[in-house]
Design a protein around this ligand. Structure first.
Ligand code: ADE
Length: 236
């Protein structure tokens, strides 16, 4: 998986991806992250990339020319026969979830376009963007953190990035349910005892207990997911 991030703050991307599991995946050549500075492509003699909005209103907008030229340079560099998914990271997009991460993990290259200021001129978005994606219904100062969130989530799904042990584990959103509670040693901590069933070695009972806790937890914390789960399992 090769990520290409169009941004005005490449150092924000670079400083985050070289740590932990993503850093190891880069070392192992399972993923690559190329952060490209949009400002390097402006033809403005003062290196400006933004301008006032037509029709008035507060704030500046990113101008079309540097964004378009930066994107063109990337497409030329990637040199693929396939249409490259270009994701505009925006609170106005479809909300990112595990299913979308799964779908995107099948791509060879993904371009993330990170906006700043009040956004980007609509005409260049129409020219280059294939997907508008948000990470949730709240507004951040720019697209870099959402792009990092998506890269982190997608990368875990790329074969080899997680160890077999990590990837075989059940996790939240498997089947649309939240994960059950887990415990490690000591057996008693602050007068709290690890549930007896987990010490029993009886695998069928443990599975049953975990499933019940998953359902109970999802119903309490995420009634929206629980409803969906109940609906989906009714149909079968
Ligand atoms: N840019 C600013 N806020 C955002 C969000 N919630 N998701 C994606 N991009 C954003």
């Amino acid at each position: 998986m090769n990520y290409h991030v169009m941004t005005l703050f490449p150092e924000m991307i670079e400083s985050a991806v070289n740590c932990s599991i993503l850093g190891k995946a880069i070392e192992k050549h399972l993923i690559s992250v190329d952060a490209v500075n949009i400002r390097d492509y402006t033809l403005d003699k003062h290196k400006k990339v933004d301008d006032y909005t037509y029709g008035g209103g507060a704030g500046m907008l990113m101008a079309p020319q540097p964004v378009y030229d930066c994107h063109k340079a990337l497409i030329d560099k990637i040199s693929s026969d396939k249409k490259i998914r270009t994701i505009y990271v925006t609170p106005q997009g479809k909300v990112f979830d595990q299913a979308l991460a799964q779908e995107l993990s099948n791509e060879e290259d993904i371009i993330f376009l990170c906006g700043h200021y009040e956004g980007i001129d609509e005409r260049v978005l129409e020219e280059v963007v294939t997907d508008h994606i948000s990470i949730g219904d709240y507004v951040l100062t720019g697209g870099e953190l959402p792009a990092l969130v998506m890269m982190d989530c997608i990368s875990r799904l790329v074969p080899g990035v997680l160890s077999n042990e990590e990837s075989a584990q059940t996790e939240s959103f498997d089947e649309g349910l939240l994960e059950y509670p887990q415990y490690t040693r000591p057996e008693v901590w602050m007068d709290k005892q690890v549930p007896q069933v987990l010490l029993s070695g009886h695998h069928a009972n443990i599975d049953k207990w975990r499933r019940e806790r998953s359902l109970e937890r999802t119903k309490k914390r995420r009634p929206d997911l629980y409803e969906k789960y109940v609906m989906n399992n009714k149909k079968e």
